[in-house]
Design a protein around this ligand. Structure first.
Ligand SMILES: [Zn+2]
Length: 105
């Protein structure tokens, strides 16, 4: 019926875990697509904006505790964010982890 979409096009190279892994990229498959959709159904609005009294549609699903910091890949650890809030949070997470690519202020 429908066309099959390929999420990933392997480029010949198997994806190797390099040393200390950021492991969790592996979680980003079909299961992630499902979780993400569940979260967006559950909470279609940006939660940060909502907390600040604004109503803004969220298009990003974020891990509240980043996977790299031990967060779980599950609904309880997900929140809906808009692009702006997601960008801000990602930057803040990075800074907390020691400024890899993060701006210093
Ligand atoms: Zn927002």
């Amino acid at each position: 019926m429908t066309k099959r979409l390929k999420w990933y096009e392997p480029r010949g190279k198997p994806r190797a875990d390099r040393g200390r892994g950021t492991t969790t990229e592996r979680g980003y498959g079909t299961q992630w697509q499902k979780l993400r959709q569940l979260q967006l159904n559950r909470e279609p609005l940006c939660e940060e904006c909502k907390a600040a009294g604004r109503t803004k549609e969220g298009e990003h699903v974020d891990h509240i505790v980043p996977l790299s910091e031990g967060g779980q890949h599950e609904l309880l650890n997900l929140q809906t964010l808009c692009a702006a809030c997601h960008g801000r949070k990602t930057a803040a997470d990075r800074r907390r982890r020691g400024g890899i690519g993060g701006a210093k202020s």
